[in-house]
Design a protein around this ligand. Structure first.
Ligand code: PMP
Length: 454
């Protein structure tokens, strides 16, 4: 059926039947959505045949790029051999076992155990239950509160969205759930005080210490954060931030949860954001780049000290998903990790293409609409302003970002806007010439936006 439908028929059916995630349904009914038909490498083709450079790696996930036949082949073979079996009630299968072992090899040394899920959100829901149970098993059932940050993104399930610090999400569905607290994010560009960047980083981190003291450490289970905030606008913290957060977590003996759903699997030029910032987390939610998005799979890396408490307890962890450790998804993740390792994709982002992307991205800072260009590895953000001195944009927050995003897609670059920040997170396999093309198209989008607003 699908092959024979025209672009306009697809748009019509889409508007009639499909309720999209994070979308304005009225706008879809009026204007239709962008229908993507196929992809290869870093390139997408829409239903009208337009070729678009995917500056977002799908949704921060297609790390090895599109069109990798090996990933399709292992999924096909696994589906024929064992398409599904669960791992509840002490059952198991080869793909989940093999992937667990591979993950213990590539993650920081304290991680030798994984709990599989279907997504990043499910991973964070799992952690909320697991970290509270960890403390309960040690006779501290009151240690339940998890401290997170405003403007963080940790998923869309009840616990995931509560951990997240997106106020528009909290306004729908009665969130946050109890015993989740938020502190400030380390967003240097938007800081309006007198501290320098290093002092600012420390002062935002100090909010964690103050919050622990305010709540009472006996009530606090953990702190959760993305090493670099992704969906909040690619916010790279000052160098002083993470060392101070690590010190506080250690000193107060609370668990550190490093949300690696975006940062993991090479995005920062390191295997994990925790490697970049030398973090020693107790939990790492993972998803996205784990399978490069080819099949849905997530997981929670659990440190030895936490896992040991669950083993020693002799009781069951009353939690699990039908698709925890799905065989075909695990087979794809194993093959994806093999590709990342054997093709030295993470090393290449670290040594060659990451620095190249960052230096070319910085050139955009000279554009009259760009207040700041920032990034790390294969992450980038541009803060759009109409006046660099005052850092002001248009009257309606996000309006400038939306104009630029529309010009970007029309210029053949999938670049996303978060408020008035333009963000990129391209597939990790993008070559230097594809990076040049990305920069050309981003410049064109900025120039067209400038024509509209300056
Ligand atoms: N954590 C982070 C840091 C994320 O960026 C996301 C998704 N963008 C999630 C969790 C939730 O993952 P999922 O959409 O797979 O549930």
């Amino acid at each position: 059926m699908s092959a024979s439908l025209s672009a306009s028929e697809l748009k019509k059916l889409d508007a009639e039947h499909y309720l999209h995630p994070f979308s304005n349904y009225q706008e879809i009914k009026q204007k239709g959505s962008l229908v993507i038909k196929k992809a290869d490498g870093v390139w997408l083709w829409d239903a009208n045949g337009n070729q678009i450079l995917d500056g977002m790696a799908g949704l921060w996930c297609v790390n090895v790029g599109y069109g990798r036949r090996e990933l399709a082949d292992v999924a096909h073979a696994q589906m024929l051999e064992l398409p599904y079996y669960n791992s509840f009630f002490k059952t198991s299968h080869t793909p989940a076992i093999t992937l667990s072992k591979a993950l213990s090899e590539i993650t920081p040394p304290q991680f030798n155990h994984v709990f599989f899920t279907g997504s990043g959100s499910e991973s964070n829901d799992t952690i909320v239950r697991m970290v509270r149970q960890f403390w309960a098993l040690q006779g501290k059932p009151e240690k339940r509160t998890i401290i997170s940050r405003w403007n963080a993104y940790h998923g869309s399930t009840m616990a995931g969205a509560s951990l997240g610090g997106m106020k528009p999400m909290h306004q729908q569905g009665g969130l946050p759930i109890p015993e989740i607290e938020h502190i400030s994010q380390p967003f240097w560009y938007r800081y309006e005080g007198n501290l320098d960047e290093g002092e600012f980083g420390k002062s935002v981190a100090a909010e964690l210490e103050a919050k622990i003291n305010e709540l009472d450490v006996d009530k606090v289970a953990a702190f959760i954060a993305e090493p670099i905030q992704g969906a909040g606008g690619v916010i790279v913290p000052p160098e002083t931030y993470w060392p101070e957060i690590s010190r506080i977590c250690k000193e107060y003996g609370i668990c550190l949860i490093a949300d690696e759903v975006i940062c993991g699997f090479g995005r920062t030029g390191h295997w994990f954001g925790s490697d970049l910032y030398d973090l020693e987390p107790d939990f790492m939610p993972i998803a996205k780049g784990l399978s490069s998005g080819y099949l849905p799979i997530g997981g929670v890396m659990v440190s030895d000290r936490i896992a040991q408490v669950f083993v020693d307890s002799g009781s069951e962890f009353e939690h699990g998903y039908t698709y925890s450790g799905h065989p075909a998804a695990c087979a794809v993740a194993i093959e994806n990790i093999r590709i990342l390792r054997e093709e030295k994709i993470v090393e290449n982002v670290h040594d060659v293409t990451g620095p190249y992307l960052q230096s070319r991205w910085q050139e955009l800072a000279d554009h009259p609409l760009v207040g700041e260009a920032r990034g790390k590895g294969f992450f980038g953000a541009l803060e759009l302003v109409t006046d660099k001195a005052s850092k002001k944009a248009l009257e309606k927050p996000g309006a400038l970002g939306t104009i630029c995003r529309d010009h970007s897609i029309a210029s053949g670059l999938m670049m996303r806007s978060v408020g008035d920040s333009m963000i990129i997170s391209p597939p990790l396999v993008a070559t230097k010439s594809e990076i040049d093309e990305l920069i050309n198209r981003a410049s064109q989008a900025l120039n067209l936006t400038a024509k509209d607003v300056l």
